[in-house]
Ligand binder design. Sequence first.
Ligand SMILES: CC(C)(COP(=O)(O)OP(=O)(O)OC[C@H]1O[C@@H](n2cnc3c(N)ncnc32)[C@H](O)[C@@H]1OP(=O)(O)O)[C@@H](O)C(=O)NCCC(=O)NCCS
Length: 212
Amino acid sequence: MAPSSAAAGENVTVSVVTSGLSGALADLFGRSGASNGCWCQYWLLGPEYHRRDRGLNRAALMDEAARSTPPGPGLLARSPDGTAVGWARLTPRAALPWLIARLGRHLPDGGRDDGVWSMPCFFVRSRWRSHGVMSALIAAGIGVATDHRLPVLEAYPIDPSVPGATRNRYTGVLPAFLQAGFAEVARPSNDRAVVRYGPSHPCASGSGRSAR
Ligand SMILES: CC(C)(COP(=O)(O)OP(=O)(O)OC[C@H]1O[C@@H](n2cnc3c(N)ncnc32)[C@H](O)[C@@H]1OP(=O)(O)O)[C@@H](O)C(=O)NCCC(=O)NCCS
């Protein structure tokens, strides 16, 4: 079922990925494994993800789905007919060594605080883009962070208002995070922000939608 309105994101159901959803997750990532066979392993491995057999990336994500302690490894958005339409990684930041290597020196804690959870990557099924699915995933991330009492939820979105900002927006788009109640805490580069949501933030009692 294709989205029928700009508010389609309102109609998706967002769930924490468990082994029972691994089939739907694999269906979303498809034959190409989302972007260039990454299967969302980039922030774990860096460029190594495209040097090695892509089957290993697929197996790694499926293994995460089977073994992670909730709310990891991420969130899956499904349409009313059950089709998987969007994914957001939601992982302890300490499990993302490439992210810490790339961005650690720009982070408020230098990348050393193992209590920080991270939402560093999104993938929305192409025909469902621009219909609010990423926003629904962000809202659900806030709900999960609240329900699981995660001390800090961090993300690294692109600021599309910066001239020449990268078109590679798999880390999400800054206005969507700000609108959800995240606060910008750092700017590693002109077009990339670091944003955080946590109990100490004034919006922490905001309206994040819960994921099941
Ligand atoms: C980037 C991406 C996640 C956005 O998801 P989406 O569901 O289309 O985003 P939404 O519809 O929720 O948009 C939320 C807001 O961000 C804005 N936005 C979304 N994509 C944008 C873009 N490329 N540039 C500027 N703004 C954008 C929307 O306009 C919307 O703003 P609004 O609330 O004021 O209308 C999606 O396009 C995608 O998955 N791209 C491929 C990423 C990829 O390759 N991932 C693989 C790694 S595993």
